[in-house]
Design a binder for this molecule. Structure first.
Ligand code: PLP
Length: 379
């Protein structure tokens, strides 16, 4: 049926109707006072969402653009960067750092695991000369569904003296993340995730300490230059032509989010993700991230039952129910399927998804107690 597609991938995510309508307007001049008034509100609301006093810049880019905007404003050739890697997106930080001429050290885990505070303490203790200037990390690792304890890790990074550069692409707007209170130095995110708007905008906020390092950056990016963005931010504008209609969408999205409240947003995501995990276990399927404590609330990775393939499950979802779930990435392709539960997602969606999964599995010949998954999410 037309217009019934339900995206359960980790971005793009479904978009509320009022946001779609907010975008469906003629663009206005980006230097007009009308647009400046919108940006003024948007900038204030972004600070609220990032839980920070730092300015939050908007880039016309995807999440990777904001990652590049972070390191391209901090790294000089030969600088030592430590990348904490629990999956593809953690590895992306290392690749970007290398592209800026950094000397990159890596602290990696098995896929599905997280970096423990002990691992990080031990690693940083080896850096007796305090050569590591930047530590990159991922909050919600979308490729595996694991969640790093950003609060604990950033404290250790701060104690060492380096700055923390955090990927909050699938966590901002979905999971608790407090930039200032947790001492995060640079936090980036992207629009097609917890923000409930289409792809095309990316966000970055930087602490005072990060700005001090930026001051010594010899060749900062031009398009993503922090100084150009700061100047524009203070004048309620953007340095270059922004994606005006996406800013209309963001304006509306932030109003919706403020109405719901941060704590409620986080509680909703937590309840839905943990409900999904309970249902998966009740169906006898295996979760890729074993411990609920280490699980992202934005994305859940699931192993298919023996004898049933990931493509069969994804096709069943798509063909019978018009629900799109993601495959695993790279070495996890066809080993796991990933169900996104972020942004514009409700308990009704969860019941639909779990009921549909049961129907898909039944059709594929998997033996289980019908309703055992759904029972977990209606309790
Ligand atoms: C955790 C994480 N970081 C970074 C990115 C990259 O964002 P984009 O694809 O918007 O460039 C993604 C996208 O899925 C992500 O989930």
């Amino acid at each position: 049926m037309q217009d019934k597609t339900f995206l359960m991938i980790p971005g793009p995510t479904p978009v509320p109707e009022s946001i779609l309508l907010a975008m469906a307007k003629h663009p206005i001049g980006h230097r007009s006072s009308e647009f400046s008034n919108i940006l003024k509100e948007v900038y204030a609301d972004l600070k609220w969402l990032f839980q920070t006093k730092n300015d939050v810049f908007i880039f016309t880019a995807s999440g990777t653009g904001a990652m590049e905007a972070a390191l391209a404003n901090l790294v000089n050739q030969g600088d030592k960067v430590l990348s904490l890697i629990i999956g593809n997106f953690g590895a992306r930080w290392a690749n970007i750092a290398q592209s800026r001429g950094a000397v990159v050290e890596k602290l990696e885990t098995e896929l599905g695991e997280v970096i423990t505070p002990e691992d990080l303490k031990e690693k940083l203790a080896q850096d007796a000369k305090k050569e590591i200037k930047i530590v990159t990390l991922t909050h919600s690792e979308t490729s595996t569904g694991a969640k790093n304890d950003v609060k604990a890790l950033c404290k250790i990074i701060k104690d060492h003296g380096a700055i923390s550069v955090v990927d909050g692409v699938t966590s901002v707007g979905a999971m608790e993340i407090k930039m200032d209170e947790w001492g995060i130095d640079v936090l980036v995110s992207g629009s097609q995730k917890g923000f409930m708007i289409p792809p095309g905008l990316a966000f970055l906020a930087a602490s005072k300490k990060a700005w001090e390092i930026h001051e010594k950056c010899l060749y900062p990016s031009f398009y993503f230059d922090w100084k150009a963005h700061k100047k524009a931010f203070l004048e309620d504008t953007t340095p270059w032509t922004p994606a005006v209609n996406l800013v209309f969408a963001l304006h509306e999205a932030l109003k919706i989010m403020k109405k719901e409240g941060l704590e409620n947003i986080f509680a909703r995501h937590k309840k839905i993700a943990l409900g999904l995990r309970k249902a998966i276990r009740a169906l006898g399927l295996e979760l890729f991230v074993k411990d609920d404590e280490n699980a992202s609330y934005a994305i859940t990775s699931i192993l298919p039952p023996k004898g049933i393939s990931v493509p069969d499950i994804r096709n069943g979802f798509k063909n019978d129910f018009d629900i799109v779930v993601a495959n695993g990435q790279n070495q996890l392709k066809d080993k796991i399927f990933r169900m996104g539960t972020l942004g514009f997602i409700s308990e009704r969606d969860l019941i639909t998804a779990v009921g549909s999964l049961e129907a898909v599995l039944l059709k594929l010949g998997y033996e289980f107690e019908i309703g055992s998954g759904v029972k977990q999410v209606i309790n």
